[in-house]
Design a binder for this molecule. Structure first.
Ligand code: SAM
Length: 247
């Protein structure tokens, strides 16, 4: 009791929920959900019948006192989002921080997330990657954001709206047309598609086929090669060693 479980739900395929997630959802006093109507359908599918309470971007901060009161009274609660892992480009961060500060147990019940599913099949270096969430919607800030993303040496993972995909790809192509790029679309669903190529070639595929601009997608960008890094990032020690050989 007095625990908040942060529970991952599927990102598409309803089979992608863990045994433990189902047990926890059955066992809690209440389930906090981003969109209660959406989650009701999901929970009905699994035969879970627990009271649902909405917790979204716009009411999360007001809800915290009430949630603390429930936990203080000995309730156990589960937090779920519309898809995948809560807090990953989804609500829950203010709540988890507030509960951690007050000394309550916050327990992960891990499972699906689009970021890890996409990384696992992209075929891009996976030893080092950064998750960047959604780029800004406005073109100016998005361009600045993408410029920073492109300077990272490891793989970058972004969520993007299909409506902005083509414009975002054009920005990436203008920054570096040869950069390896993958789009992982509709993962675990009927029209699952993985497009692999470069910023330039993937833009051409997406521009030619409107179907590639439908559904949900993850954008993965290969890291900036070390020899393309600006002078400020040069490894001085390595450079001196190379030069010393020629002296
Ligand atoms: N919490 C979720 C997670 O753990 O992945 C992410 C929520 S975020 C609001 C929704 C975005 O995740 C979508 O716009 C898309 O970029 C990505 N996404 C979610 N499900 C996906 C899927 N089945 N295939 C590809 N991308 C997906």
């Amino acid at each position: 009791t007095s625990v908040l479980y942060v529970v991952a739900t599927p990102i598409g395929h309803l089979g992608d929920i863990t045994q433990r997630a189902l047990e926890v959802l059955h066992g809690v006093t209440r389930i906090l959900a981003e969109d209660t109507r959406h989650s009701l359908k999901l929970l009905q599918h699994y035969g879970i019948d627990r009271p649902l309470v909405s917790l979204h971007e716009h009411n999360e901060r007001q809800r915290i006192e009430q949630i603390v009161n429930w936990l203080a009274a000995g309730d156990s609660l589960a937090l779920i989002s519309d898809a995948g892992t809560p807090l990953i480009s989804d609500p829950g961060y203010p709540l988890v921080t507030a509960l951690a500060e007050r000394g309550y147990r916050v327990v992960p019940v891990p499972g699906a997330s689009a970021v890890t599913a996409a990384m696992s099949v992209a075929g891009l270096p996976s030893d080092r990657f950064q998750f960047c969430g959604f780029p800004p919607a406005k073109a100016g800030p998005r361009q600045t954001f993408l410029g920073e993303v492109m300077r990272f040496g490891g793989t970058s993972v972004l969520y993007e709206s299909p409506r902005r995909l083509q414009e975002t790809l054009a920005m990436l192509r203008d920054l570096d047309a040869q950069r390896p790029l993958v789009i992982a679309r509709e993962l675990t669903k009927q029209f699952e598609t993985i497009l692999r190529g470069t910023a330039g070639s993937v833009l051409e595929l997406v521009a030619a086929d409107p179907d590639q601009r439908r559904g949900e997608l993850v954008l993965l960008i290969g890291g900036q090669p070390a020899d393309q890094a600006p002078p400020g990032q040069v490894d001085v020690d390595a450079l001196l060693q190379t030069l010393a050989v020629h002296l």
